[in-house]
Design a protein around this ligand. Structure first.
Ligand code: NAG
Ligand code: NAG
Ligand code: NAG
Length: 813
């Protein structure tokens, strides 16, 4: 089939982003010129198929075909001068950050086996692969694929801190040979000879896959085969990827396979064929714009604590989503939230094993789902629990699990009235939430960019780059240029002001590293990056960067957003990374867990502050991380570095898609006087050292101006950092939260399932005049009281045991 198909290529080549007319495709298929299972979608450069297109004409999407890689065309990321350096590499001048696979011998000609060349492009330069079991920030890399068809016979082995990026204007194809061997065309954490993954999956951070098409169709349908093996942690993303598999009867292909980890973000992924489009288990994940067709089961949820799916488009599958793994009484899925999705031509939407019980596994919320020709919407262990129809219908809101409204628990399974979505958060003219994928500037020529290094910044980790960067920021915005941060670590000693109109993009997560006396006072917070000044309005786009500190910086507010922004402004794959990396002087040698608390290891006042003047703030895949371990340590040695606060939101109209906040001492998220927030999935971890010292006695004094929690009473247990505090806020809707407390003074005994769950007494606090709060899929670990309202416990863990995490499907106040 593969051979004959190749011969047909000239007939079915379509221009990128152009969908073939279904009539053309039907003709090809009926004339047996085009095997049905080789239908795949083509996508425009900036995102997958626009949802509007999908909704207008799903049958066209399903029939869209792309196969031949187009001729390579210009893409700024390839064409710009490659001046990135790894500041803390042992040999910065000899280390290549940007690697074009063709420079390592890959041909991309659809004939040559390019496996070894691609793997050489990834591994060159003393980088850290899975066999090393070593993580490091000192070897960042972009491995770039010009357009072409790259034949591979064994897995592309992903290394630590790697971005695998294809030409966004002419998406390259990785095509597996018929005899392909390996767990994944791309293996994100290769199993080693001892039977274990290379890295601990929960520690695999800072990596991306973008703009690639994976073609498995030459592999016989009956041979087990995987597109991407992706056990991953936070600060990882897959974007704009297509996977084509066999849809023949008995197919054993799977598009994405994730067995575990603590993720993660995935968007604009189009999958066709396979036994499973996605076969996935992980603590938590956010997935958006997954377009899956012609699979037996589009999404097989192996296990989870919590998961958020948004804008799914699933067509022509037997089952759209199965969450019944483990079966009645042993369901391995904790909670799933699905919103703003379209399911078409599938006999069953969801299969579940939920039953009314003191346990709350299998919790699920469906909100704003369009069904078309889906006879069974939800199928339980003993039959249909929610009928669909052979016509079209909409599920406004439906759920199952334990609910607290605000008291409970009540077991429920059925429809309920959905919250009124704040209109400012909706896509224009739509009932769906506004979303925007990470800009890749595919249509912008190199001339639209300014390199910060060409503008005089060194990024060597030691030169003070403040003045050079500030001048580049100011002039780039004035000239309407996109400011490119070549890979580097840019040391700054004063606040960088980001003016309205700025567009900023990093290379393999370039780092802004704040250090020095500006940030020396624990009672005088000063921003490192200031997005607009209070009272200013305008737009900003910022992606693929990290903000950090070095040495003692107790007064550093890493990101302060003041801008009253235009819709479409945002941050994508921008993270704070506080401590635990080469060059930070906040590593195991400086801040071991055995050291007494000292100023040397007080390293941030706050990760991010969305101030009262801010509005239309869009964060996507943003991980605010105070390091719990040293990323350079071969043993992942733990460290005790102290930061004050995670994300404080005081503004309005805020989207938090796939965000996390970890190990800050006073709280991870606080919404205070805020309004209209949509958040999902939200993930937190308490500092491992607490309660030694606890949130009240930690190094950061509370600040009444910032309405810090006072922790004067903690219901009798450990007064540790709150994961989420909602104070005097209105219209906050949370689509999935995982608030975890695993440790008590570095011991995990307190979180061992199912008892004692007492690392801390409370982790989610609702206070003051808060109204219009809805939380779906609330998961906690190691916490006695899951919900506390004004000091009164509303929900306790023992009533909501589920997976390793305890789960509440639906809470409203
Ligand atoms: C992930 O799964 C693999 C395979 O079962 C197992 O060896 C590993 O310990 C798991 N890792 C985590 C962090 O759970
Ligand atoms: C409290 O926050 C305000 C506003 O950011 C700041 O001016 C003040 O210095 C802070 N005080 C302390 C004790 O941190
Ligand atoms: C915390 O654990 C360490 C190491 O086990 C121990 O020496 C110390 O006494 C503990 N501190 C408290 C307050 O329990």
């Amino acid at each position: 089939m593969y051979t004959s198909f190749i011969k047909l290529l000239p007939l079915v080549v379509c221009v990128n982003a152009q969908l073939l007319d279904i009539a053309d495709v039907d003709e090809l298929v009926s004339s047996a010129m085009l095997p049905f299972e080789q239908y795949v979608y083509t996508t425009p450069a900036e995102s997958a198929i626009p949802v509007a297109t999908v909704l207008a004409a799903p049958e066209k999407v399903q029939a869209a075909v792309v196969e031949a890689a187009a001729a390579d065309t210009a893409y700024w990321l390839a064409d710009i001068a490659h001046q990135g350096t790894a500041a803390f590499n042992s040999n910065p001048s000899g280390y290549n950050v940007f690697r074009n696979v063709k420079d390592y011998g890959a041909k991309g000609d659809g004939v040559t086996d390019d496996t070894a060349a691609i793997n050489a492009a990834i591994s060159a330069g003393g980088r850290f692969g899975p066999a090393s079991r070593h993580t490091s920030t000192t070897t960042p890399a972009i491995v770039y694929f010009p357009s072409g068809t790259y034949i591979i016979s064994t897995s592309i082995i992903d290394f630590y801190f790697t971005q695998l990026v294809g030409n966004a204007n002419a998406i390259p194809v990785l095509k597996a040979t018929a005899g392909f061997v390996g767990l994944g065309l791309i293996d994100g954490d290769q199993y080693q000879s001892d039977g274990n993954q290379g890295w601990i999956s929960t520690n695999v951070f800072f990596r991306q896959i973008r703009n690639l098409k994976l073609d498995l169709t030459a592999i016989p349908a009956g041979t087990a085969a995987t597109g991407i093996h992706w056990p991953t942690g936070q600060a990882s993303s897959i974007q704009n990827v297509q996977i084509a598999m066999s849809a023949a009867s008995g197919t054993q292909h799977q598009g994405i396979f994730i067995e575990n980890g603590s993720g993660g973000w995935m968007s604009d992924v189009t999958i066709t064929g396979g036994l499973y489009g996605a076969n996935v288990g992980n603590q938590q994940f956010t997935m958006r714009n997954l377009v899956i067709s012609n699979a037996v089961t589009a999404i097989s949820q192996i296990w989870n604590w919590g998961w958020t799916y948004q804008n799914l488009v699933i067509t022509n599958c037997q089952t759209a989503i199965s969450i019944n793994n483990g079966g009645v009484g042993n369901q391995l899925v904790g909670s799933v939230n699905i919103l703003d999705s379209t399911i078409r031509d599938c006999p069953t939407f969801v299969t579940t094993a939920w039953q009314s019980s003191t346990y709350s596994t299998g919790s699920m919320i469906l909100e704003n789902i369009a069904l078309s020709n889906v006879p069974v919407a939800v199928k339980g262990a003993s039959g249909t629990v929610l009928a669909g129809s052979t016509g079209s219908s909409t599920i406004a809101a439906w759920g199952q699990g334990h609910k607290y409204t605000p008291n409970g628990p009540t077991n429920f399974q059925g429809s309920f009235t959905p919250p009124t979505r704040p209109s400012a958060l909706l896509a224009s003219g739509s009932t769906r939430y506004y979303t925007k994928s990470k800009p890749q500037y595919a249509a912008s020529p190199v001339a639209s960019f300014v390199s910060v290094r060409s503008a005089g910044a060194r990024g060597d980790g030691s030169t003070d780059d403040t003045t050079a960067i500030q001048s580049a920021l100011t002039s780039a915005a004035a000239a309407n240029k996109i400011l490119f941060f070549d890979q580097g670590t840019y040391k700054v000693t004063r606040t960088l002001y980001v003016p309205p109109g700025s567009r900023i993009v990093g290379e393999a997560y370039s780092v802004i590293m704040a250090t020095g006396g500006t940030w020396s006072s624990i009672t005088r917070p000063v921003p490192v990056i200031q997005i607009g000044q209070p009272g200013q309005s305008g737009s900003i786009e910022w992606s693929d960067m990290i903000v950090s500190t070095a040495g003692s910086t107790p007064g550093a507010v890493l990101i302060e957003w003041n801008l009253a922004a235009t819709v479409g402004s945002g941050m994508w794959d921008v993270h704070t990374r506080i401590g635990g990396f080469q060059g930070s002087q906040q590593q195991v040698a400086h801040c071991p867990t055995t050291a007494a608390v000292s100023a040397a290891c007080q390293v941030a006042y706050m990760s991010m502050h969305v101030t009262t003047s801010a509005s239309n703030v869009y964060l996507e895949n943003v991980w605010l991380w105070t390091a719990d371990h040293d990323l350079e340590s071969p043993t992942d040695a733990r460290i005790s570095v102290y930061s004050g606060r995670g994300l404080l939101v005081e503004g309005k109209n805020v989207w938090l898609y796939g965000t996390g906040s970890e190990h800050h001492s006073l709280y991870q998220y606080q919404f205070s006087g805020a309004s209209s927030i949509m958040a999902g999935f939200v993930q937190t971890e308490t500092p491992y050292y607490q309660p030694n010292p606890n949130a009240a006695n930690g190094p950061y004094p509370t600040n009444s101006t910032l309405k810090d929690p006072d922790y004067s009473s903690c219901l009798g247990g450990n007064c540790n950092s709150l994961g989420l505090r909602v104070l005097n806020s209105k219209n906050v809707i949370i689509y999935g939260a995982g608030l975890y407390s695993f440790f008590n003074n570095y011991s995990t005994t307190c979180s061992t399932f199912p008892v004692p769950e007492n690392c801390q007494s409370m982790i989610f606090s609702v206070e003051g005049s808060t109204s219009g709060l809805v939380v779906y899929g609330l998961n906690t670990v190691g916490t006695t009281y899951m919900i506390v309202k004004d000091g009164v416990a509303l929900a306790k863990v023992s009533d909501n045991l589920a997976t390793y995490a305890a789960t509440i499907a639906y809470f409203t106040f």
